[in-house]
Ligand binder design. Structure first.
Ligand SMILES: Cc1cc2nc3c(=O)[nH]c(=O)nc-3n(C[C@H](O)[C@H](O)[C@H](O)COP(=O)(O)OP(=O)(O)OC[C@H]3O[C@@H](n4cnc5c(N)ncnc54)[C@H](O)[C@@H]3O)c2cc1C
Ligand SMILES: *[C@@H]1O[C@H](CO)[C@@H](O)[C@H](O)[C@H]1NC(C)=O
Ligand SMILES: *[C@@H]1O[C@H](CO)[C@@H](O)[C@H](O)[C@H]1NC(C)=O
Ligand SMILES: *[C@@H]1O[C@H](CO)[C@@H](O)[C@H](O)[C@H]1NC(C)=O
Ligand SMILES: *[C@@H]1O[C@H](CO)[C@@H](O)[C@H](O)[C@H]1NC(C)=O
Ligand SMILES: *[C@@H]1O[C@H](CO)[C@@H](O)[C@H](O)[C@H]1NC(C)=O
Ligand SMILES: *[C@@H]1O[C@H](CO)[C@@H](O)[C@H](O)[C@H]1NC(C)=O
Ligand SMILES: *[C@@H]1O[C@H](CO)[C@@H](O)[C@H](O)[C@H]1NC(C)=O
Length: 582
């Protein structure tokens, strides 16, 4: 699908990894050590770290090792890797797109671009299986002292550090060549209590950093509550999701995930555990609530608002462009996007997908809104479809609770299938320039990209949050009627260079086309945007970047934390061999 647009590509340009370096540590002043360097910690040094963390240090075994004739690193720390096993390999291949396979593994990540074919189950048996861009060692974190020990070790031994929760990040921010990883996945405690201060009085949920959406939703349901979590049930709540802003099917009703945050327990680079809230270390609270994961400290727990559960309705609808004039097809889509302000202002959140072949609403979420009301919100579209005799399927349904709705109407989301760009579509643009918007979307589709829309009003419930006085959520969310992810397909079978070209197509052609209609080039959600965006500081962080960087410098003065496009990340560069250097 992309090949015909190859002419749009410039010769391989920007990439997440730049200029090569030697692997001799003494030639690499200003770099983190890599395995094989004389400065890399010895077996004995790693073993002593393992003792400090109570035996919870894990030496990475690439998840797809059974698909290859791989060689176990011979450093006395790695147990023998599994050998090639056709049956195990085929089971791994069949499950590779399921997030659950990866989130249960200490080192695996879901973004194939950043896994860099280090140990790829779809490559031939004789192909490489190395640790590569996965972290080398992982501390299976159970306490603040495990985290403090890991931070001290990385600092003392000049080893790259990463924080890893579920591995969902599209920019590979929870992995890194030659790194020690702090894995927060097993911090699973959940507690409910009453919260009361001058800003919020009501129920609160305290979640260990490893709690995932489905776990928090189920626990809230049992208490007669509902919480703001992602559309994907396996995304973690306290990590990159809430810290990056976090959109939810409940965001028109309650705002962003970061708007729900009341308090964090966080271990900062010095090893000290701090409480961050609007009352204590409020600068750190502000940065953690929307300023991005993986860079200010290691969050151990998050306390968030929990809301009374309400009956929730859902709607889905699909049609295709088959046999339709393309002007008619895009007019119908425009009719739908023009209906979003009315539904969003009533608390409805809309998830929709379209390419030049098909359009799908999957689904509309109506908390305390009835299915009949959803029918009315979609009437402009359904009337249009009927007027044009377009065949479509739709379902409208009322559920007693949010979780019942969620389980019935959100399909599992496969991972490793797309590369991402993205942009917020301001409500003003969608109203004043509806034609310009649909024509940009049409061009985006014609370049081979899909539009994944999240239609919402993220300011309905949080009007006082707009000026970033409360948190650092990208202001683009507050004016947006659509948060659009712009995706191109990933193929595990395609030549590697084609995949790099696909990301470049997003950076060099697709996103610039969409940006043409956005004031000042627009803003985007850091978790669903183009990691190659040359203007990423402004696009992902808006006017907050400078203040976020000051807070980063205060809590992490030695740049221990690094993640691609995170605040302060330009202190480091990732070289083409994965080495992290200043
Ligand atoms: C299938 C899929 C569906 C998605 N759906 C949604 C959605 O509905 N809404 C939405 O807003 N986003 C969604 N996302 C994007 C998601 O929010 C990001 O991928 C986010 O980074 C995931 O956070 P994580 O902690 O689970 O993942 P990880 O990849 O483990 O971590 C992401 C980042 O957070 C940092 N981090 C993780 N844990 C901690 C911690 N304890 N302390 C400090 N930093 C930490 C990591 O270092 C990394 O920088 C989706 C992604 C996927 C793949
Ligand atoms: C590393 O570089 C130094 C200085 O150039 C040299 O003396 C040394 O032999 C090199 N070591 C290795 C392992 O290549
Ligand atoms: C750490 O210690 C535990 C318990 O002794 C052991 O099972 C594990 O393999 C060790 N990890 C490493 C990396 O050596
Ligand atoms: C990590 O620690 C948890 C809690 O102690 C334990 O249940 C789990 O098996 C450990 N995981 C790995 C991969 O060692
Ligand atoms: C739709 O179908 C009806 C009945 O078959 C026909 O009368 C009408 O002209 C069609 N309308 C369009 C827009 O094709
Ligand atoms: C639409 O929603 C119904 C429930 O109302 C569900 O059974 C069906 O699978 C959904 N269809 C799609 C395409 O998601
Ligand atoms: C959100 O809703 C409020 C109240 O209806 C409205 O004033 C505001 O313009 C809406 N914002 C967006 C971005 O939709
Ligand atoms: C990615 O893989 C290629 C090919 O094996 C390798 O040359 C390169 O160093 C790797 N990149 C990183 C960042 O590790």
């Amino acid at each position: 699908m992309l090949a015909k647009h190859a002419y749009l590509l410039l010769a391989s340009t920007a990439s997440a990894f730049s200029a090569p370096t030697s692997s001799n540590a003494s030639d690499n002043a200003g770099c983190r050590y890599m395995p094989g360097d004389s400065g890399w910690p010895s077996t004995q040094t790693w073993t002593s770290l393992n003792q400090t963390v109570g035996g919870r240090l894990i030496a990475t075994v690439p998840l797809a090792a059974p698909c290859h004739d791989s060689t176990t690193p011979k450093d006395g720390l790695h147990e023998d890797w599994p050998t090639y096993d056709a049956e195990k390999c085929s089971s791994l291949q069949s499950r590779w797109l399921e997030p659950e396979l990866h989130d249960a593994d200490p080192a695996s990540i879901m973004a194939p671009y950043f896994a860099n074919q280090s140990c790829d189950p779809f490559q031939p048996r004789s192909g490489q299986c190395v640790i590569g861009t996965y972290s080398q060692y992982t501390i299976n974190v159970t306490s603040s002292s495990d985290v403090a020990a890991g931070l001290k070790f990385a600092e003392d031994h000049n080893v790259r550090l990463v924080i890893h929760n579920t591995g969902h990040d599209f920019a590979g921010k929870s992995s890194g060549a030659g790194s020690l990883s702090l894995w927060t996945h097993n911090l699973k405690n959940i507690e409910f209590f009453d919260w009361s201060d001058e800003y919020y009085t009501g129920k609160a949920i305290k979640m260990g950093a490893g709690v995932q959406g489905f776990e928090a939703n189920a626990a809230a349901y049992d208490e007669g509550l509902q919480i703001v979590s992602g559309e994907c049930p396996t995304v973690g709540l306290a990590g990159g999701y809430t810290q990056g802003g976090g959109h939810s099917a409940l965001s028109s009703r309650y705002g962003m995930a970061a708007d729900q945050a009341l308090e964090y327990e966080v271990v900062v680079a010095s090893g000290e555990t701090l409480t961050a809230s609007r009352h204590e270390n409020s600068d750190l609270y502000w940065a953690l609530s929307g300023g991005g994961g993986g860079t200010y400290g290691v969050v151990l727990s998050l306390t968030s608002k929990a809301h009374p559960d309400v009956p929730t309705s859902g709607a889905n609808l699909t049609f295709t462009s088959e046999g339709l004039d393309m002007d008619v097809y895009y007019d119908l889509i425009s009719t739908f996007t023009s209906s979003l302000p009315a539904s969003a202002d009533a608390g409805v959140m809309s998830v929709f997908y379209f390419t030049s072949e098909s359009f799908m609403i999957a689904p509309l979420t109506g908390p305390d809104v009835t299915a009949d009301q959803l029918r009315e919100f979609l009437a402009p579209l359904t009337d249009g479809l009927e007027a044009k005799n377009v065949t479509y399927t739709s379902n409208f349904e009322d559920f007693g609770s949010y979780v019942e709705f969620y389980e019935a109407m959100f399909a599992p989301i496969p991972v490793g299938v797309t590369l991402y760009g993205g942009a917020f579509i301001p409500r003003d643009v969608s109203v004043a320039n509806a034609d310009g918007l649909i024509s940009a979307f049409r061009d985006v589709n014609e370049m081979g990209a899909q539009v994944v829309g999240v239609g919402l009003n993220a300011s309905l419930a949080t009007a006082g949050f707009h000026d970033n006085s409360v948190n650092s959520v990208n202001a683009g969310w507050r004016d947006a009627i659509i948060a659009a992810a712009i995706t191109v397909p990933w193929s595990f079978k395609a030549p590697w260079q084609d995949m790099l070209d696909s990301q470049n197509l997003l950076t060099e052609s697709v996103m610039p086309r969409l940006k043409q209609i956005l004031p000042d080039g627009g803003h985007a959600y850091m978790n669903e945007g183009d990691f190659q965006d040359p203007d990423w500081k402004r696009v992902f962080y808006g006017d907050n970047y400078e203040r976020l960087e000051q807070i980063k410098d205060k809590y992490d003065p030695h740049h221990l934390f690094y993640a691609l496009t995170a605040v302060g990340s330009d202190y480091w560069t990732v070289h083409s061999d994965g080495r992290l250097c200043t």
